[in-house]
Design a protein around this ligand. Sequence first.
Ligand code: HEC
Ligand code: HEC
Length: 370
Amino acid sequence: MLTIFSCRKDPVIEDYIDDLEEDIIEVPSEPVLPDEPYDYEARIFPSYFLADPLLNLINTLNDGNQVTNEGATLGRVLFYDKNLSINNTISCASCHHQARGFTDPQHFSEGFEGGLSERNSMAIVNVNFERRFFWDTRASSIEQQVLMPIEHPVEMGMNLEHLVERIQEIAYYKPLIIEAFGDSLVTINRLARALGQFLKSIRSYESKYDQGMANDFADFNSTELAGKDLFMSGVHSCINCHTTVNFGGVSSHINGLDAVSADPGVGAITGDEEDYGKFKTVTLRNIELTSPYMHDGRFATLDDVLNFYSTEIQPHPFLDDRLAIDFHIGGPPKDLNLTTEQKAQYIAFLKTLTDWNLIVNPIYSNPFPE
Ligand code: HEC
Ligand code: HEC
């Protein structure tokens, strides 16, 4: 079921919109699209994704909003369209760059008026196999998630009712909406579905690791193989939190970044004491491209991340039991004390998760001429 959002006509917001529209800086150009839509439907996950019991349990490949070529095409245009922000300055892609695995190299991302996001931008990949969205897991479906940045007061500052009116006025949307939904009616629900389809079409399964799944890792060098064995063995619990062939995105944990969490994370959503400082255990696919790392972008390099797990895990009243010496929640932190060689092996393995095809695939690229 898709959540339908009610829109308010708030006089204060209306005035605010009028003020901002006077400052429109540039009017974006028209998108350039192929005559036949790109074949998003042909992006089919290899069978081992569907054989993974956990992924099979949560996959949304057959939910009420399956990817169609026409829907994803509309979603792609929306994703790259600065008209989705109140003053036409910011698109989703401003903070989710294809070349960076759909993240932002900035520590925090700049919104429509130059304000900064409170957290580091997140990768968008293989969302079909994720249960909840955002670092604090506050969105429970991708169709619900996609509207939140549009309305966010720092990110895009747009009122959804106003967005519908604006999209109705933009000529290039009419044929795209007819293709995707059969008639030209613009609704929030349709915009959410189209954006959702585009996001669901961003599927990463062509990394060196995936080639390895097909040829028994014949092309892995000895460092990569050693890193894979370390990761998969669970000796340092990486695979127990960054689970499945998607290497995360399924659950959230407290991994001991801070003794006292400045950002409550999941705790602010659930109100449960044990969730304060808990964050989504994100996928490690394309991790080489998605620095800086963690919810607040505190680590610039994978070296920094491995050093953290090696010797810097902080005590926390609800530290995950996998990272506690006594295997009890909140127990004393178990520094992994990785050797220089092990860190290099981990990093070599993590780099096999980079999907170089994904980041140049034109079906996910910006349709607007720069
Ligand atoms: C100003 C920067 C900015 C813009 C614009 C923006 N995002 Fe984001 N995005 C972020 C940040 C920061 C987060 C993490 C926020 C949090 O967890 O509180 C995020 C998180 C997400 C996630 C969650 C991923 C996950 O694994 O849970 C998705 C999906 C996403 N954005 C899609 C979009 C879409 C679609 C748009 C356009 C409608 C958009 N974003 C616009 C910065 C931005
Ligand atoms: C107890 C569960 C847990 C274990 C064990 C664990 N992680 Fe994590 N990992 C997390 C969580 C949660 C985050 C996000 C934390 C945050 O941002 O607050 C994270 C973040 C990361 C990130 C940064 C992701 C990004 O996009 O910013 C990397 C890289 C990473 N972990 C690698 C590893 C490696 C390698 C291991 C094994 C040595 C490991 N993790 C073990 C839970 C875990």
